[in-house]
Every structure is written in structure tokens, then in C-alpha cells.
Design a protein around this ligand. Sequence first.
Ligand SMILES: [Zn+2]
Length: 221
Amino acid sequence: MVKTLLDGFENFRKEYFSENSVLFQKLVRKGQSPKIMVVCCSDSRVDPAILFGLKPGDLFVIRNVANLIPPYRSDDQFHGVSAALEFGVKDLAVSDIVVLGHAFCGGISALCKRVINENKNEHNTEKKDGDRDFINKWVDIAKPALTEINFDDWPGSSQHEAERKAILNSVMNLKTFPWIKTAIKSKKLRVHGWWFDMKNGALWGNEESSNKFVKLVPGAV
Ligand SMILES: [Zn+2]
């Protein structure tokens, strides 16, 4: 299977790398200075550089299961997401952070199923997920966001509602980082919650004034 990667790289080297040699040499000489940070899911269907048509050096990206941001916690644990946020905000001084969620997110779906079972006082999935050392604890970051969701139509619109509420929860958690809070206050940084509908090819964003998701780019269903 890795042959696919090697063939792809050969193609990249012959075409993209040679066509953009000036850009790559500039990025080597001057280093990176992206102005936008995106926090998106590890999901193979959601690639921010492809979605937004960007070049190397344009985007600082954090990817994890379900595009989650844990709340700020300064302790001796390993904080990969927080370290990347710290570098993006303090060193790169990005002007915008976009939390990019998406439709049909497996991580959010797994959390929803667990919440639904807990609401029914059934714990069957706990047994099934017993061999997962990390995923349940990780997606629990978004659990507080799901308390008011009515899951009667599961997995209909409530799945998408959960995905969007999880995005807002991550945006809220972003603001628990003291240096992010300060940068927002001094208008050096803006944070956004966006949701990619991969079924219809639509991009939605949270409108701060109404706290509702509105379509950011016209055209899709
Ligand atoms: Zn996902």
C-alpha cells in the first residue's frame, strides 16, 4: 500500500515541487508564517488544504479525533493540542483560529451512541469499547455540549446538531487558554466555529450575534 504514497511523492516532486520551487525555497529561507490555524478532524475525508485550496506555508493545522480542544490545564501531562495552540498563537501569532468540524464525524457519533445508552441506563457499548484505551476519554471532552440534544431521531439531524455543538464547545474551550483570551480581547486573534457538510459540499459557520450556524459560501443545498 505504501507504494501509493511513493508514486504520489514521485508525482509531487516532478510536478508540484518543481512548479513551486520558488515558494519552497522562500519557505526554507524565511521559515513559515501562516496567519491561519485550523483545528480539524483526523478523518480522511476532511483535508483543509484541499477544501480551501491553499499552498504549503498557508495553514497551521492541528488534527485530532473529532476536532476537539481540551480545556486549558497546566500540569505535567502530555498536551499535544495545547502545545500546538501555544506555538500557533505565541510564536506564529496567527490572526485566526478555525475549529473545522464536519458531518458524519465518527468520533462524535461514538460519543453520541454512548450518551444515548447512558440515558437509557444501558452500558452495552462500554463492554464493546473496552479495548479502547484512549478514544472514549478523548471524545468525552465534547460530552458537556450534548446534554440538551434530543436524540429521538438518531442518527438523523441530532448527529449534525451534536457535531455543531461540539464545535462550539471547542471554541469555548479555546477561550480558557489565558493567552488566547488576551489575544482575542486585544483584537489580535479571532476564533471561528465552522462545519463542513461533505454530503452537500456546503460550509457553515457559527454566527456570533445569533449563535446559529449559517452558510458561509452560497451555492450548495
Ligand atoms: Zn470527524
